[in-house]
Design a protein around this ligand. Structure first.
Ligand SMILES: CC(=O)CC(=O)SCCNC(=O)CCNC(=O)[C@H](O)C(C)(C)COP(=O)(O)OP(=O)(O)OC[C@H]1O[C@@H](n2cnc3c(N)ncnc32)[C@H](O)[C@@H]1OP(=O)(O)O
Ligand SMILES: NC(=O)C1=CN([C@@H]2O[C@H](COP(=O)(O)OP(=O)(O)OC[C@H]3O[C@@H](n4cnc5c(N)ncnc54)[C@H](OP(=O)(O)O)[C@@H]3O)[C@@H](O)[C@H]2O)C=CC1
Length: 287
């Protein structure tokens, strides 16, 4: 264990929006972190995101002992999940929301690690139980669902499948707290507690936009001032990424039913490359 109560060595598969935030959180808690990204260009981009995040943490006085350089020195990048260090205590998978992709990287990681390692998925919606079925040691697997933006978000959903061992749940809850975040334990089911509710609100807001009920600014402001949500449902969709939201909605439509069917406007915007903040345009503009 690192001094603060997280495993000494942590792996994060996928260093995109979420993976880089998760890596940053474990670095701040004192762990050595290996991030898996294929290819030099993707690795450099992930390294850059994490470096920027740590600089911001330092500006906000969130670096405990080390300086930015010392914290960043505990980060390394590898090309493939099979190359993760055998002594890794915890791996969090944060590749795109596709079951086949997640199974491929999780099974590769499992083969590289010792029998006590815990594997976790950051999936927003996919069945943790079905992902577990592809593994040799399903008892050591669970969902650790972080929220965006990871450094500012206080929540991690701990998603428990029927086969997840009790001691793994206990350890994972301790790690979440050691990150300075709050854990909520949720039984595995499509969309867990947060995506099931959050996505429905987002989809309804898009349908309202399609119907011309109000413009995006008005819909968001209604929820921000009326319900005191920190961000309206369209601004939140822009932050998550319209492509990510579409993948989640498609899965939930298939499992929970028609009410999650993605509106045509969401499909059109994704097809047009308007993915939200990351592309500068979604339901709002980000110059
Ligand atoms: C798709 C999924 O599967 C799941 C999802 O993620 S769905 C949710 C998508 N996200 C949302 O909808 C976000 C909603 N919006 C919000 O929560 C808020 O507007 C926000 C968190 C983005 C900003 O809120 P804010 O109050 O202005 O944040 P801010 O005061 O700057 O920061 C909050 C805390 O995080 C810390 N923080 C922020 N950035 C940080 C960084 N880079 N490093 C370390 N700490 C940081 C701040 O220092 C502050 O800490 P304290 O509470 O200890 O003071
Ligand atoms: N965005 C959000 O608000 C949230 C998302 N999530 C979930 O987190 C997961 C990741 O989402 P997000 O971070 O937004 O997505 P991103 O697209 O930002 O990141 C995914 C990363 O995974 C990399 N990747 C793809 N295939 C592999 C592979 N085989 N091995 C290693 N890395 C790979 C991608 O690299 P490259 O780009 O080079 O292909 C990319 O850097 C999804 O399951 C999503 O549902 C959970 C909470 C919030």
């Amino acid at each position: 264990m690192a001094m603060s109560g997280v495993p000494d060595q942590v792996g994060v598969i996928g260093g995109g929006r979420m993976g880089s935030g998760i890596a940053q959180a474990f670095l701040l808690a004192g762990a050595r972190v290996e991030v898996v990204e294929a290819g030099d260009e993707a690795a450099d981009a992930a390294r850059g995101r994490i470096a920027d995040g740590l600089e911001e943490s330092a500006r906000r006085g969130k670096l405990a002992g080390d300086d930015v350089g010392g914290t960043f020195a505990r980060l390394s990048l590898v090309d493939r999940a099979a190359e993760l260090s055998p002594g890794t205590g915890l791996v969090v998978e944060a590749v795109p929301e596709r079951a086949d992709l997640k199974v491929a990287v999780l099974t590769a990681a499992e083969s590289a690690l010792g029998p006590d390692a815990v594997l976790a998925t950051n999936t927003s919606s996919l069945s943790v139980t079905e992902l577990a079925a592809a593994l040799q040691r399903p008892a050591r697997f669970l969902g650790l669902h972080f929220f965006n933006p990871v450094p500012a978000s206080k929540l991690v959903e701990v998603v428990v499948a029927p086969e997840t061992a009790d001691d793994v749940v206990l350890a994972a809850r301790g790690w979440v707290r050691a990150l300075g975040k709050t854990d909520v334990v949720v039984k595995d089911s499509p969309g867990f507690a947060s995506s099931r509710l959050g996505v429905l609100l987002g989809l309804e807001a898009i349908r309202m936009l399609e119907e011309g009920v109000a413009d995006a600014e008005a819909i968001d402001t209604a929820m921000e001032l009326g319900y005191r949500h920190p961000m309206g449902p369209l601004r939140s969709t822009d932050l998550v990424g319209l492509d990510v939201r579409l993948a989640i909605a498609e899965y939930l439509a298939g499992t929970l039913g028609e009410r999650f069917t993605p509106p045509q406007l969401l499909r059109d915007k994704v097809a047009a490359g308007e993915l939200g903040r990351k592309t500068g345009r979604g339901f709002h503009d980000y110059p």
